[in-house]
Design a binder for this molecule. Structure first.
Ligand code: GAR
Length: 201
């Protein structure tokens, strides 16, 4: 049976699209069974709908508090019985209830070489710091901001004339390849965690 993936997005969904494309091959070992977003009208949800995949949109502002949103997000994901939850450009922290139910099987992709530049402005911060190499990291989500055990990383050079946008676009090319490769291997074989060290089996 292919692994059931629920993918959460906040934006254009190019990482999601690379997973959707990979999942067309039965040998890949995974199916995207639902795509969720933290806002209405994302490109990611539009891509899912175009592919005939179930979607849900849960805006934080529609809930009395963050805890209520967290429970609703966990319920919405649980309805699709995921084996693995993939945060692919999801710009919110998942909360305690989500982690209680999906911790250890939720992964996130981040556009920097962790532990450098956590948060939502990683390409700009890499430029501001003057690093010559940055990249992308796939990690197992924990309660911190981009702090979980690292499953995969890919390096990307910073060019002299880069803007945050041009650097992020170059990162995303490498990031999509890393995500597709790592999620496929996880779907087919799983991963283990010992302390900080995560290993795809
Ligand atoms: C990706 O680069 C992802 O790593 C980043 O948002 C982009 C989403 O692109 N996520 C974060 O910065 C989370 N901290 P996409 O919508 O085209 O897949």
């Amino acid at each position: 049976m292919p692994a059931r993936l629920v993918v959460l997005v906040s934006g254009g969904g190019t990482n999601l699209q690379s997973l959707l494309d990979a999942c067309r091959d039965p040998a890949y070992g995974a199916d995207v069974v639902a795509v969720g977003a933290d806002r209405q009208g994302t490109g990611g949800v539009a891509r899912a709908a175009a592919a005939g995949i179930a979607t849900f949109e849960l805006s934080l502002s529609s809930y009395a508090d963050r805890a209520g949103w967290d429970v609703a997000l966990a319920d919405a994901a649980a309805a699709h019985e995921p084996d693995l939850v993939v945060l692919a450009g999801f710009m919110k922290l998942t909360g305690p209830e989500f982690l209680r139910r999906f911790g250890g099987r939720t992964v996130n992709t981040h556009p920097a070489l962790s532990p450098s530049f956590p948060g939502i402005r990683a390409p700009q911060e890499a430029l501001d710091h003057g690093v010559k190499i940055t990249g992308a990291t796939l990690f197992v989500v924990d309660a911190g901001v981009d702090t979980g055990p690292i499953l995969a990383q890919t390096a990307v050079p910073v060019e002299n004339d880069d803007t945050a946008e041009s650097l992020h676009e170059r990162i995303k090319v490498a990031e999509r390849a890393m995500l597709v490769d790592a999620v496929g291997r996880i779907a087919r074989r799983g991963f283990s965690i010992t302390g900080r060290k995560a290993t795809i089996l």
